[in-house]
Design a protein around this ligand. Structure first.
Ligand code: F6P
Length: 357
């Protein structure tokens, strides 16, 4: 049995992409007669016909490598059916490349946007398998995504290191953690790093409540505080705005990001010295943790099994400690937000950590 497999990585990169690509490749070569075609820079390579024949040695030595050997790009799903100035029919172009490369199937490693396009291609008749990567951990139907744990480790290390300088200066340090829509990374690293205040997009905050939490610490003799704030955290007032209005407001007021805004507001409100810290893309860089290497490998091997069984139109997932899969159609377009009753939310509240609400 022979299978010709196209692989692409799309959206923001993260640690574990190469480990996952390697898992798909190694398991495919070992389980059946596989030929692998690497598609450059995600869907943009599929649109532009930018692909290359891979061989077994291409997948050697990449287990610990950060980023992606295939390159990646953001190609927004909302534009996929849009004919833009270049007059390219993107969906038709992707189907043509699939045909030209003589693919039996396409493996798409990516986040929510990637899975929406993967589902679109599946609906268009292509054989597609999705693999859940993102440091945001917000893909529906899977308990965890690869890349997330490494990012939690990195963000936690940032918070750990901030503690000593915050304590030395008696400052309030506001650390902006990645996550525009979902707060998993901020919640987990905030809790693991011992943050005093954790602000998530899912739980709108009140500035006065945050200020009070810091003042309470000062009253208890602690003259420094650590706030872990998600990029997408918002005030109660912002949460009541319409999406577009909020976007405009945030562009005007968050020019340097939410941490800078919050640090300034807190300085003005309670007179504490505050500093913003933005680790940014460091959170997505470097070698994957052992956990993520294992997760990516298990996910990649499962994708190869789906290909062997010609069980297409699926997204690989971790479901209750077992690697499995969900139909792409069932998960595409959904986001796994932090629920109010998440264990870590309950733990934070029970420990007296302020969530700003
Ligand atoms: O989706 C991963 C992520 O790192 C988000 O946490 C963040 O909001 C976004 O990507 C940043 O995107 P970019 O790398 O395009 O600036």
């Amino acid at each position: 049995m022979k299978r010709r497999i196209g692989i692409l990585t799309s959206g923001g990169d993260c640690p574990g992409l190469n480990a996952c690509i390697r898992g798909v490749a190694r398991a495919s070569y070992s389980m059946f007669d596989a030929e692998i075609v690497g598609i450059q820079d995600g869907y943009s390579g599929l649109i532009n016909g930018d692909f290359k024949e891979m061989n077994q040695s291409d997948f050697s030595g990449i287990l610990t490598l950060g980023g992606t050997i295939l390159g990646t790009r953001r190609t927004p799903f909302r534009n996929m059916r849009l004919i833009e100035d270049d007059h390219v029919d993107k969906v038709k172009a992707m189907k043509n490349t699939y045909k030209k490369a003589k693919l039996d199937c396409l493996v798409c490693l990516g986040g929510n946007g990637t899975h929406k396009t993967a589902n679109l291609l599946s609906e268009e008749g292509l054989n597609v398998v999705g693999l859940p990567k993102t440091i945001d951990n917000d893909i529906w139907g899977t308990d965890v995504t690869f890349g997330f744990h490494t990012a939690v480790d990195i963000a936690t290390d940032v918070i750990d290191r901030i503690h000593s300088t915050a304590a030395s200066h008696g400052r309030c340090m506001v650390i902006e953690i990645m996550g525009n829509k979902a707060g998993w990374l901020t919640l987990y690293s905030g809790l693991a790093g011992g943050a005093d205040v954790i602000l998530l997009p899912e739980i709108p905050y009140n500035l006065k409540t945050v200020a009070k939490a810091i003042e309470r610490r000062a009253e208890a003799g602690k003259d420094f505080s650590i706030i872990a704030v998600a990029e997408g955290a918002m005030t109660v007032e912002e949460s009541r705005m319409k999406k577009r209005e909020r976007a405009e407001f945030r562009t005007e007021t968050h020019f340097h990001g939410i941490a800078a805004r919050l640090a300034q507001e807190l300085e003005e409100m309670i007179g504490i010295e505050a500093r913003p810290v933005v680790p940014g893309h460091v959170q997505r860089g470097g070698t994957p943790s052992a956990y993520d290497r294992l997760l990516s490998t298990n996910f990649g091997v499962h994708a190869a099994k789906l290909i062997k069984d010609e069980n297409y139109g699926q997204a690989v997932a971790m479901i209750g400690n077992t690697v499995g899969h969900n139909p792409l159609a069932a998960i595409a377009g959904k986001t796994k937000f932090v629920p109010e009753d998440a264990q870590a939310v309950k733990s934070a509240r029970n420990m007296g950590i302020s969530l700003g609400d």
